[in-house]
Design a protein around this ligand. Sequence first.
Ligand SMILES: *[C@@H]1O[C@H](CO)[C@@H](O)[C@H](O)[C@H]1NC(C)=O
Length: 151
Amino acid sequence: MGACNLVIVVFSLIVPLILFTATADAEATEFHDRKLVYVRGLQTRHVQVYNNLTNGDSFGIHCKSKDNNLGFHIMGPNQVYQFKFKANVWGSTRFYCGVSLKGDRGVVFDLFKDSRDGTRCPTFCRWSVFRDGVHGYREDTGAEDQFFAFN
Ligand SMILES: *[C@@H]1O[C@H](CO)[C@@H](O)[C@H](O)[C@H]1NC(C)=O
């Protein structure tokens, strides 16, 4: 076998190997990504709703998901309503809440929705009830980026 043929044989063995390895890497990465999403879906998430009303006012809150009814609670001055949950792996987790003030004012909104909050608040979702409505804050910067006005 001449040197030239040897080179061709070696290449014909190595090139498919490289291509195969590259393909396997890509699959491995994709699998890894899926696995990361899976793990994130199982992570415990913490939600807090602060009472930021003035004049010693309270608010009522009642949150539900498809499988949970967390009941009605009254939050007095400076109290914080909170719960923890694990989002499902399908990304369909959704908790919606009614928040009410005296005088028939209130609003129903999504407190946690995986499609909106999976990256917005991956571990900790903070909300504040003010006189005008419910304000939501991003976890990474703490900046307000959600607002649901009371009717
Ligand atoms: C809302 O109330 C909480 C708890 O009292 C407090 O830590 C937070 O700073 C208040 N937020 C604003 C914007 O005043």
